[in-house]
Design a protein around this ligand. Structure first.
Ligand code: ZN
Ligand code: ZN
Length: 307
């Protein structure tokens, strides 16, 4: 489905290494992809301040995942819908558009972007001063999105509605900020890309900071939407479903699912794992996410060695 978006591989010195496996997965390859853990790092001991140093989480087995009766797309309710809220600068808009396309491939779902809604006024926001910028920053209360603004916008054919804003968010008065929050029973979530950009920190935007913002946005949206599909935090391997306490911690984590988490997403969505990786590879290459492209290609090649 996404394979035709694949750029032609450049004539390489190491032609063999650049070959992208083609064709659908075999049953053996699928089993291998969901169990083989070579190339995945076990979760290291948490550093001070890391998520697992702050929260003792038990993890979630495959059986527990099934028992939780997770949200699933079904015929007639199979669109991943996105709701932009407030304005975006050109750089932010490009990152959000790329993230939506990426999430569609990650979850193997059709996506739709709704027309933008305005941000709320003073009743649902506050001004905060930060040491690194002169102007105060407006922060928006997540309740407004989750309880008021997003639920009536969720299209009938949407499995969930993902709100995205460039405004900074807070979940309650005692908190400094939050990257996002979701309401599982309303099947809506709201995420902020504000802090992913150098601009927020009073610094100059460069190609490197734009790429970093893109990677952060990809990670946040598929992590949080993964929760919407019932996948809880991963404590076994370094994985996009690891909990994270800070930008620094999530920057350290990878943009891929470990085999147990991929198995949960697979039982939920039922995609062809090789086709999904081909789609992700095409997007990593398109956006210059070289580390992720290399990882994905190597993973596909390893799976393809199984008959
Ligand atoms: Zn999480
Ligand atoms: Zn995992």
């Amino acid at each position: 489905m996404h394979a035709d978006a694949l750029p032609v591989a450049r004539a390489p010195e190491s032609a063999v290494a650049a070959v992208v496996p083609t064709g659908p997965q075999t049953a053996k390859q699928l089993r291998f992809a969901l169990t083989d853990a070579a190339g995945f790092s076990k979760m290291p001991k948490p550093r001070a301040g890391d998520w697992l140093a702050s929260f003792k989480e038990p993890g979630q087995s495959f059986a527990e995942y099934l028992r939780s009766r997770p949200v699933r797309a079904r015929p007639g309710q199979d669109v991943l819908a996105f709701q932009p809220v407030g304005g975006f600068c050109e750089t932010q808009r490009a990152v959000v558009q790329a993230t939506i396309e990426f999430a569609g491939v990650w979850f193997d779902l059709k996506t739709r972007t709704l027309e933008a809604l305005p941000l709320p006024g003073a009743d649902w926001s506050r001004q905060r001063s930060f040491s690194w910028v002169d102007e105060p920053v407006t922060q928006y209360l997540t309740d407004w999105f989750l309880d008021n603004a997003l639920p009536p916008q969720r299209p009938d054919d949407a499995v969930c509605l993902v709100g995205v804003t460039a405004g900074d968010l807070y979940p309650e008065p005692g908190w400094n900020y939050v990257f996002g929050q979701a309401s599982l029973h309303r099947r809506v979530g709201i995420y902020s890309v504000a802090r992913f950009f150098a601009k927020f920190w009073g610094r100059e935007e460069t190609p490197a900071t734009r790429l970093q913002a893109l990677r952060r946005s990809f990670k946040l949206v598929v992590h949080e939407t993964g929760h919407t599909f019932g996948v809880e935090h991963c404590i076994e391997y370094e994985c996009t479903m690891n909990g994270s306490n800070s930008l620094e911690e999530s920057d350290r984590g990878p943009l891929h699912l470990c085999p147990p988490c991929l198995r949960k997403l697979h039982v939920n969505r039922g995609f062809d794992v090789l086709e999904r990786y081909r789609g992700l590879l095409a997007l990593y290459r398109k956006h210059g996410l070289e580390h992720e492209a290399r990882w994905t290609l190597e993973r596909m090649q390893r799976i393809a060695t199984v008959p």
